[in-house]
Design a binder for this molecule. Structure first.
Ligand code: ADP
Ligand code: MG
Length: 324
């Protein structure tokens, strides 16, 4: 078992794009770690650099106590599942899962046994003799995951592993992935652009922007105390209210605001959006707050809202950084 450490890591593509830019990162042994950020921020490049599929331009990558910066991918003891989870189309599911073991020269009996056990863990037992073309998208994704797990690597790298699944299957696969990771206690880094997925799954999250890390923290930390306005905007199913006041910006999540006799913001209700068991109410001053179902005010009503002091954040207007 092994953690991952990156120090001053940069990956520059030919032509000069600094996809990963002097980045420091520490993933602890057995952790389920999310790389979260908008499209193009460098998540895939960072994952590929850890795997050795891209070479670092500057800095180092270590896995456990080994500096792997100059090692070829095959010697790093990592398994990676790509966004398009390329399974070998001419092989059965069992052969696909056992392929990494075959490459390493494992005996047939060992391969069969490992394939059967891993497939059972991923509810693929009935499908071992099928070819990828005969599987649904979700089943293909699970087969790719099984192949990575069967490779018995020290580190599992997953690039948007759930992105090709429809909404319901995605929730199922998410729960399953978390359970599997717990059972295997395998150091796992997964990439996602979906903040809800990162919050739901990860032990810790690194929020990335333009090749750099803006904040690393537990889901609770990045939700409750975003380190800057970029993270504040990116995390949360409803955007954080960021309201300029003097030299600062007041930041408060819609979920933490509630009507009060006096308080932070006053305005007229302009929009009410149904979110299921709650509704998002937007005031004409631009501030949004969340109310339980059946508590929605009428459009045009004047409302004052307030939040507990601990939930009111202040950001520097110039730098966007959290004022501590
Ligand atoms: P993400 O996975 O977060 O969407 P990527 O790591 O794929 O981001 O890309 C990061 C940046 O590197 C982007 O600006 C992208 O255009 C660029 N990039 C990605 N792959 C290559 C490549 N093979 N050659 C040159 N530029 C690339
Ligand atoms: Mg990507």
């Amino acid at each position: 078992m092994a953690g991952i450490t990156a120090r001053g890591l940069s990956t520059v593509y030919p032509g000069g794009v600094r996809a990963v830019d002097e980045l420091d990162l520490e993933v602890t042994d057995g952790e389920l770690f999310a790389l979260l950020g908008p499209s193009g921020c460098g998540k895939t490049t960072l994952l590929r650099t850890i795997a050795g599929l891209e070479s670092a331009s500057e800095g180092t990558v270590s896995i456990g106590s080994r500096d792997v910066t100059r090692l070829p991918p095959g010697d790093r003891r990592v398994a990676m599942v790509f966004q398009d989870y390329a399974l070998f189309p001419h092989m059965t599911v069992a052969e696909n899962i056992a392929y990494p073991l075959k490459v390493r020269g494992a005996a047939r009996s060992v391969r069969d046994e490992t394939a059967a056990r891993t497939a059972a863990g991923l509810s693929l037992d009935g499908l071992l003799e099928r070819r990828p073309g005969q599987l649904s998208g979700g089943q293909q994704q699970r087969a790719a995951l099984a192949r990575a797990v069967a490779a018995s690597a020290e580190v599992l790298l997953l690039d948007e592993p759930l992105s090709n699944l429809d909404a319901r299957l995605r929730l199922e696969a998410r729960t399953f992935l978390k359970k599997l990771q717990r059972e295997l206690a395998l150091t796992t880094v997964f990439v996602t652009h979906d903040q809800a997925e990162a919050l739901a799954l990860a032990d810790r999250i690194a929020v990335m922007d333009a090749g750099r890390i803006r904040q690393i923290g537990t889901p609770r930390e990045v939700f409750q105390r975003p380190a800057d306005t970029f993270v504040a905007n990116f995390i949360g199913s409803t955007p954080m209210n960021l309201v300029p006041r003097d030299a600062e910006i007041i930041g408060v999540r819609p979920e933490y605001l509630a009507p009060a006799p006096s308080g932070l913001f006053t305005g007229t209700v302009s929009i009410v959006e149904n979110l299921g068991v709650t509704s998002l109410v937007t005031l004409d001053c631009g501030v949004g707050y969340v109310v339980p179902e059946d508590d929605e005010p009428a459009v045009g009503t004047t409302v004052t809202v307030d939040a507990p002091p601990a939930r009111v954040l202040r950001y520097d207007r110039e730098t966007g950084l959290l004022v501590r």
